[in-house]
Design a protein around this ligand. Structure first.
Ligand code: NAX
Ligand code: ADP
Ligand code: K
Length: 509
């Protein structure tokens, strides 16, 4: 699914009106009816007190139209207008007039803090104050209103956007933003919904297809692409009947050190579980027996160093390299790592300490083969790129780094974002049970296995991240979030690939 920006969506609205030859009033009627139906489906006419807060732009217009449908269906509705400006949009005014035809209880105008009504825990609040037209942080008495809405314990439904949240640009950390329980968002979820500092405001969210012009949407370059089950299906490469293991590559996993040989076990076994024709683990010699007994399918090569890497003397021509999990960052390891990446010309996967070594030795970055995939969690990312002040800035830093060095960055998190140049791919699988030691090691094995199987590195990263998350989702159905362990996630990679084609609609809110 394409994620369009606020500006692109406003443009799409205009094009849609022209192409479909409808008035903006008609589009708003369509939109409000779609939202009303969703709310009505869930409430089933329940006599719960509903307070609808409307701004003076088109988001407020949506709120007024939804309010009108609710009143006509007998709901207990009270409408408030945040009367913050004389510049009311035309559609707001149309729907302001229309609501007066269905009730004598006209909307209450709010002008200052004292006008803010009491909001009870048992109320439902519909937030239609600002949508994609927000152009500055909410301040003054309206910030007090947002605070009271958030503190009310009411169930909060935001229309299109939680009011106060920017769709796709950074905002001050202390902005007044509605903390929605649920958001009905139009055409596509907004980029901010997926970032840890701003995504919390959207709550669970649901996309409403409001019928924007498909040609405009198809021809517009999105700010990011959401990778759902359907998108992952399209990347998958089925095997051919007469293929043999030589067709599916040979992954060399250079990982582990004394006390962290498990990282090599997890990464190498994930590579074999994901279908690499052959996998060899290159480990310090203390890891040999551990590897050979825990994963018999994986071959081993041992380094001269017994507890950590001291050199690198593998001929890499026939391998795809995955390097970094648990290797440490001592001087000898740095030289071994530097030798490995210098020797390799095909794209590699670099994880964990491999990334830490690059951060501490920036001059090595030029030796990393083009289109290699780096898989940092936020701690590793900060060491590589420096501090950021917002989730949006984190993305900008990542895009700049990726473009400058021609490398792919996999920014791991609840919604892992793969960055390639200025393109971003947001993952829609996975769960909080995956916040467990070693699950990143598994991911590096999954992605390098796909590269060995001749997936383009970017697609290997995007598909690998999706399958890894989907494996976590399937595993959580048996083990619960708490019982998930990295090795279990790895064992569910195969079932997750099967599930891809059983579950066309799998999408996570
Ligand atoms: N035909 C259309 O344009 C459609 C619009 N739709 C709705 O329209 C919304 C966008 O409407 P608008 O573009 O009118 O924008 P909004 O309704 O989000 O608000 C814009 C108005 O608020 C003012 N404003 C912005 N930030 C402010 C702040 N911090 N404090 C005080 N005032 C502020 C702006 O100057 C402008 O007057 C969408 O989110 C969606 O809900 C939908 O009905 C779909 C169709
Ligand atoms: N809350 C979450 N929701 C979804 N996925 C998560 C969540 N927390 C962590 N993950 C995933 O788990 C993995 C953790 O990787 P990482 O932090 O490198 O673990 P480790 O270093 O222990 O191997 C990443 O793929 C990340 O996207
Ligand atoms: K809103």
């Amino acid at each position: 699914m394409k994620l369009l920006t606020a500006q692109q969506l406003a443009e799409a609205d205009k094009v849609t009106l022209l192409k479909q030859n409808i008035s903006s009033e008609e589009l708003m009627e369509r939109v409000s009816m779609l939202v009303f139906n969703k709310i009505h489906e869930r409430l089933g006419g329940a006599p719960v007190p509903i307070k609808i807060f409307c701004g003076i732009g088109n988001n407020g217009g949506d709120g007024l139209a939804i309010a009108r449908h609710m009143i006509q269906h007998g709901y207990q509705v009270k409408v408030y207008i945040t009367n913050c400006s004389k510049h009311r949009s035309e559609d707001f005014l149309t729907h302001y007039d229309k609501i007066k035809n269905v009730t004598k209880d006209w909307p209450t105008l709010l002008d200052c803090k004292d006008d803010i009504p009491v909001i009870n825990g048992g109320d439902i609040v519909i937030d239609a104050i600002f949508g994609i037209g927000l152009n500055r942080p909410i301040d003054g008495w309206m910030a007090d209103l947002i605070k009271q809405i958030n503190e009310s314990k009411a169930f909060i439904v935001s229309i299109d956007m939680p009011s106060g949240l920017y769709a796709d640009t950074a905002q001050p950390a202390d902005s007044a933003v509605v903390r929605a329980s649920h958001t009905f968002t139009f055409n596509n979820p907004k980029l901010s919904f997926f970032l840890p500092d701003t995504g919390v405001f959207a709550g669970s969210f649901e996309v409403i297809d409001i019928g924007l012009d498909p040609e405009f949407v198809n021809n517009t370059e999105p700010i990011a692409t959401l990778i759902t089950n359907q998108a992952a299906q399209a990347i998958y490469k089925p095997r051919t009947k007469f293929s043999h293991k030589g067709d599916y590559g040979h992954t060399l996993v250079m990982a582990g050190s004394k006390g962290k040989i498990g990282a090599a076990v997890l990464s190498a076994s994930a590579a074999i579980n994901t279908g690499s024709g052959k996998v060899t683990a290159y480990v310090p010699s203390c890891g040999n027996n551990i590897l050979q007994t825990s994963v018999p399918e994986v071959m081993t090569l041992t380094d001269a160093g017994s507890e950590h890497f001291e050199g690198f003397d593998v001929e890499l021509d026939n391998y795809n390299l995955c390097v970094g999990p648990g290797i440490g960052t001592g001087d000898a390891v740095v030289s071994a790592f530097a030798k490995a990446i210098k020797q390799q010309s095909a794209p590699v996967v670099i994880d964990a300490d491999g990334i830490n070594i690059l951060s501490a030795n920036k001059k090595l970055i030029k030796d990393v083969p083009e289109s290699s995939v780096l898989t940092p969690h936020d701690g590793e990312l900060e060491r590589l790129l420096g501090k950021w002040s917002s989730g949006m800035e984190r993305l900008e830093l990542a895009k700049t780094f990726s473009s400058k060095h021609n490398l792919i960055l996999v920014l791991k998190g609840a919604h892992t974002i793969t960055v390639s140049g200025t393109n971003m791919y947001i993952n829609d699988s996975g769960n909080a049970g995956m916040a467990t030691a070693g699950s990143g090691d598994v991911l590096s094995g999954v992605i390098s296995s796909l590269i060995s199987q001749k997936y383009e590195p970017l697609m290997a990263a995007v598909f690998g991240v999706y399958i890894h998350g989907a494996a976590g989702d399937l595993a959580a159905q048996t083990y619960a979030h708490e019982g998930l362990k990295a090795g279990i996630i790895s064992n569910f990679v195969g079932p997750a690939i099967l599930q891809l084609f059983r579950n066309d609609t799998a999408q996570r809110a």
